[in-house]
Design a protein around this ligand. Structure first.
Ligand code: FMN
Length: 331
């Protein structure tokens, strides 16, 4: 087996395959199975900003049930009125997962507004998470909110979380910035230890018969990888932060492409939900086979080998309009 080790967020990982935040990582038992199948780390499902702020809903009594599952240092949390069941349960989950597996455990917070809830990052650190992924989700639908304001919100949040904790912070963003490279550099300067490209949103559908808008989440397919490959390939030269790809990584070859473009790791959800946890071993073994067939003993030297400055035709990463593509053919 080739040496697949990589480093991400200051952690040494046995390979670049991370189980992304999804219902699979909500269960300690499934995480144990994914670790056995070979993932190097797991991202827990996100705890939402709203869950932390919903403390007035009177659900904190139920949180006592989680008390026995918490480490000594956090025994007081379920008693604290500030934290609801969801939030208390989340800390217990981190602690239980850390006890169950030896792979790295990355907690996830989802929000966009830098408020009091950010304090919660400290508890996540205290519960034993190796790193924190901030899934920043903001759909800018209000006409009075400008792109600059949205960007500032993101940066304030990153700075404020970085200020509170010592564990590394990855920032998961969407592809919908008008100036992606500028934004990525700003996030880098705000202290993001990694950028995770890109989160996927629920997209509403319309049911014409019922005249209803239906929320729908479809699993990704490998075509979504292209957008990520482009941006990892371009951003690798501009940011110090590690780069991770999430979205459309379905095979060992997809994983390889991401590493060649400049990603340290991939975070996979859809392929594992679709094909099952056994797919982890298939992806790793396909990657290993490719490396062996091409005479590589280790993956690490291939990192960034096909990022924009390292390819014969750097402009190919930027070609986006039909005229150029049609000249070179399509298919
Ligand atoms: C059912 C489901 C639940 C998810 N929950 C979360 C979540 O809680 N937090 C998060 O950051 N991403 C979440 N994601 C996004 C995935 O972690 C992943 O980034 C995204 O699906 C793209 O990767 P994929 O193409 O491998 O699915 C979820 C995805 C799915 C399909």
């Amino acid at each position: 087996m080739a040496d697949l080790t990589t480093s991400y967020l200051g952690l040494t990982l046995r390979n670049p395959l991370i189980a992304s935040a999804s219902p699979l990582s909500a269960s300690v038992e499934t995480i144990r199975q994914m670790a056995e199948a070979g993932v190097a780390a797991v991202v827990l499902p996100s705890l939402f900003e709203e869950q932390i702020e919903l403390r007035d809903l009177g659900v904190h009594d139920a949180s006592k049930a989680n008390q026995a599952l918490l480490p000594d240092a956090l025994q007081h949390i379920p008693e604290m009125k500030e934290y609801n069941q969801g939030a208390g349960g989340y800390l217990a989950h981190i602690y239980q997962v850390k006890k169950a597996v030896s792979i790295s455990v990355i907690a996830s917070l989802n929000g966009y507004y830098s408020g009091g809830w950010v304090q919660y990052a400290r508890l996540i650190e205290a519960a034993g998470a190796d790193a924190l992924e901030l899934n920043i989700y903001h759909l800018a639908t209000k006409p009075h909110i400008s792109g600059t304001e949205v960007e500032q919100m993101y940066l304030n949040l990153v700075r404020s979380v970085k200020d509170k904790i010592r564990i590394p912070v990855a920032v998961k963003i969407s592809p919908y910035f008008s100036a992606m490279t500028h934004m990525a550099v700003q996030l880098d300067q705000a202290g993001a230890d990694a950028l995770v490209l890109f989160n996927r949103f629920y997209q509403p559908d319309i049911d014409p018969e019922m005249e209803q808008v239906i929320p729908s989440l479809e699993l990704s397919d490998a075509r979504e990888l292209r957008l990520r490959l482009r941006w990892v390939g371009i951003l690798a030269q501009y940011v110090k932060a590690d780069l991770a790809v999430t979205g459309g990584v379905h095979s060992g070859l997809d994983m390889l492409k991401c590493v060649l473009a400049g990603a340290r790791v991939v975070e996979v959800a859809s392929a594992l939900l679709k094909y099952g946890v056994g797919h982890i071993a298939t992806m790793l073994s396909d990657l290993d086979t490719w490396l062996a067939e091409h005479g590589h003993e280790a993956l690490r030297p291939l990192h960034g080998r096909m990022s924009q400055p390292n390819v014969a035709d750097p402009a190919a990463f930027e070609r986006a309009n039909y005229m150029h593509v049609l000249k070179t053919g399509f298919g």
